[in-house]
Design a protein around this ligand. Sequence first.
Ligand code: FES
Length: 163
Amino acid sequence: MSCQCAPENRTPDPKQVKLGEVFAKYKGVKGALIPVLQEAQDIYGYLPADVLRQISLELKIPLSKVYGVVTFYAQFHLEPRGRNIIKVCLGTACHVRGGAKIFETIQKELGVADGETTEDLRFTLESIACIGACGLAPVIMVNDDTHGRLTPDKVKAILAQYE
Ligand code: FES
């Protein structure tokens, strides 16, 4: 029986396997950087530095250029994201009806500022302009759920619904 710690017995990291498949799919394809970044982010939930290095090597694109693209587009994230994404609307209608107070209440409740993620990776908090539900102002979204006509005292019970 061979030693369990021998490299050939180690289960490959499933995320690395998937990333390898993405590289294979885009091998030799022009303009692959953005789709590869998108797929890598789908796999990891964000873009770890090590993954960006691998992308740079595989696509033969300088790392500085890869970072340039990642930091240019708001859709890409260099830090881990929470399991639940809270978007607090600060558009005009929501602002007028107390959106800022809701935002402040959530920040205090979670101990994070705009764009930050809680240490336990449960929530990422973001502010956003109008989400098109002004009739329900003030509004927040948690993942795909819209919560409207909010008051600060409702915040705690809403957050408690998300693990
Ligand atoms: S301003 Fe908040 S939904 Fe429109």
